[in-house]
Design a protein around this ligand. Structure first.
Ligand code: PGA
Length: 252
């Protein structure tokens, strides 16, 4: 593939999947990462219970570990929640915030997502901020309006190429096997890049924008080849090391 101005990132979101024995899959990812060194960055976002163990497993390798969500506060009386500081303490380098499953199932708003992104930065983590339109919004031609609103509302000031990654994930493409056309992905990513540039200036050129939603080895080449797509956020296909590496291998 043509050289990217930004280093590609392929990130695996394990969602609520994974037990201690899943470490064997991570070990396979680590083993496969060597051949991809310098070409693509790899990250795995396991459930919080596995962050400490996974961070130990990847130690000294090219693979990074992240959390799937964090609370906006550093500590306090928030039963069941986990702070960005705790994830950093456990060895995480990044945290996903604003995933559509959090926005939908936990009713998270742009304001809350923004506060979580700031919490990530406070703890020294990269915030992977997810945005994306629902099916009815796409059908009614509102995709770019929704993305613009989410960018304006969910992103704090002060972004850099190191502290922010955007994941564009059409909600209707997540876990469904459906994907937008390459032209639709190009339109969305071009719009996101423009909007980031209007907001952050030249710094926006360093911010990676991932595509997510039913990425698998068979469609990764086409999707990753679209202008302004800097990698993938992978759900289901990230649970198997072979599939995850099959996607990352697009950048070999
Ligand atoms: P999927 O999930 O790859 O299983 O569609 C993507 C995501 O939710 O990040």
């Amino acid at each position: 593939m043509a050289a990217l101005p930004r280093r590609a990132l392929v990130a695996g979101n394990w969602k609520m999947n994974g037990l201690k024995r899943s470490t064997t899959e991570l070990e396979k990812v680590v083993a496969g990462a060597g051949a991809l060194a310098g070409k693509v960055e790899l990250m795995i976002f396991p459930p919080a219970t596995l962050v400490t163990a996974f961070a130990a497993t990847v130690h000294g390798s090219e693979v990074g570990i992240g959390g799937q969500d964090c609370h906006a506060e550093a500590s306090g009386a928030f039963t069941g929640d986990i702070s960005a500081e705790m994830l950093a303490d456990a060895g995480a380098k990044a945290v996903i915030v604003g995933h559509s499953e959090r926005r939908t199932l936990h009713k998270e708003t742009d304001v809350e997502v923004r506060a979580k992104a700031l919490a990530a930065w406070r703890a020294g983590l990269t915030a992977v901020v997810c945005i994306g339109e629902a099916k009815d919004e796409r059908v009614s031609g509102k995709t770019l309006d929704v993305l613009g609103r989410q960018i304006d509302g969910s992103l704090p000031d002060g972004a850099t190429g190191a502290n922010l990654v955007i994941a564009y994930e059409p909600v209707w493409a997540i876990g469904t096997g459906l994907t937008p056309t390459a032209a639709d992905v190009a339109e969305a990513h071009g719009f996101i890049r423009e909007r980031l540039t209007a907001r952050y200036g030249d710094v926006a050129q360093a911010v990676r924008v991932l595509y997510g939603g039913s990425v698998k080895p068979s469609n990764a080449k086409e999707l990753m080849g679209v202008a302004n797509v800097d990698g993938a956020l992978v759900g289901g296909a990230s649970l198997k090391a072979d599939e995850f590496l099959g996607i990352a291998n697009v950048y070999r």
